[in-house]
Design a protein around this ligand. Structure first.
Ligand SMILES: NC(=O)c1ccc[n+]([C@@H]2O[C@H](COP(=O)([O-])OP(=O)(O)OC[C@H]3O[C@@H](n4cnc5c(N)ncnc54)[C@H](O)[C@@H]3O)[C@@H](O)[C@H]2O)c1
Length: 324
């Protein structure tokens, strides 16, 4: 069995790799060639453990992500949300790899936004806005920088000190992209100019003013994952010319910023495509520079398992990881 930490995964796997893998995984999902049972949740005395398996049928890739939420862990010097991805050997059924699940989640979540931005944003997109500077934000920023040659990225967080610190760190980390990264002092002004907007927060209320969004903008909603959570204004969900979800089942069940506009009859479920549809039929992507496009993700185990196995194969080929 190969043990792969975040550092080792970084050595063998790039954001481009993850974007390509996510596109393929969601194509397989939309074609009905995967099994993704409902998540199993166990409530325990000190926290909760979540089990998320998936089976990619054709290639017999099977794996599971196990994520636990144990709020008291930091007092023990341990992470509050430990996570691992376990992969099975398709020929023997043995566990063949254990990967850092927190890092795989960050990578595949950034990459799914990158895949959507690649398929939907204008080719000449130059200016982006990133809202939210928490644990998922680095890979979200990297994904946007990877798929378009951006000149400017405005970064915003409701916690301005945290947002400013994050911006400074990202200027160093992503200096090789030569985009101007700055903390947004006037979010409305930056939204007005944005070609791409990505919101990745824990907010229950919308994170930007939909009236400020110009035509031609592509918007990604990554954060809201319960019916009470909202990042994307309902007016934008209504106004968007193309609306795309990672999985319809997941988003219609979980994401408040999509569930509510449907309840309010501003849009209906039939107004949404899956990202897999765009991969299968590229003619469904943006048709002109004026369209507003929207992507919403809540995540799916297909992404963890497909990306996890792809990383495992690359690491094995390169002899990277701890073999036990
Ligand atoms: N779509 C997916 O597959 C996927 C995967 C992983 C995580 N998530 C979700 O993404 C969200 C962000 O995750 P994280 O780990 O970065 O969280 P985090 O708690 O580390 O960071 C969230 C950040 O959002 C900021 N924020 C909250 N409300 C805001 C607002 N109104 N405007 C601007 N900033 C605001 C907070 O100050 C914080 O910095 C969570 O809801 C998480 O569950 C989604």
């Amino acid at each position: 069995m190969l043990i792969l930490t975040a550092k080792e995964i970084e050595k063998v796997y790039s954001m481009q790799d993850a974007i390509a893998a996510d596109k393929q995984a969601l194509k397989i999902y939309t074609q009905g060639d995967s099994d993704v049972p409902l998540r199993i949740n166990f409530d325990m005395q000190k926290g909760q453990s979540l089990f998320m398996p998936a089976h990619i049928k054709g290639s017999d890739i099977v794996g599971i992500k196990i994520v636990s939420v144990f709020p008291d862990n930091p007092q023990l010097g341990k992470p509050s949300v430990p996570a691992q991805v376990l992969m099975l050997d398709p020929l023997t059924g043995e566990v063949c790899a254990m990967l850092d699940g927190t890092f795989v989640t960050q990578l595949r979540t950034g990459a799914v936004q990158g895949a959507a931005t690649d398929l939907l944003a204008r080719k000449d997109a130059k200016r982006a806005v990133l809202i939210g500077t928490g644990g998922q934000a680095i890979s979200q920023l990297e994904a946007m920088l990877t798929v378009r040659p951006l000149t400017d990225v405005a970064i915003f967080d409701i916690d301005s000190e945290k947002g400013k610190q994050f911006t400074q760190q990202m200027k160093i980390r992503f200096a090789h992209f030569s985009a101007n990264l700055y903390f947004s002092q006037h979010l409305d002004d930056d939204i007005c100019q944005a070609d791409i907007i990505t919101s990745v927060t824990t907010s229950k209320v919308v994170t930007f003013n939909g009236d400020k969004v110009k035509s031609g903008t592509h918007i990604n909603g990554v954060g809201a994952y319960t019916p009470e959570m909202h990042e994307i204004p309902a007016s934008i969900v209504k106004k968007a010319d193309i609306r795309v979800l990672d999985t319809k089942d997941g988003v219609f069940a979980e994401a408040g910023d999509i569930i509510d506009p449907i309840k309010q009859k501003l849009v209906s479920q039939s107004d949404f495509l899956e990202l897999g549809d765009l991969v299968i039929q590229p003619q469904l992507c943006r048709q002109n520079a004026k369209q507003i496009t929207l992507f919403k993700t809540v995540g799916t185990a297909v992404l963890d398992v497909y990306v996890g196995y792809d990383i495992y194969l690359k690491a094995k080929e390169r002899g990277i990881g701890i073999n036990i």
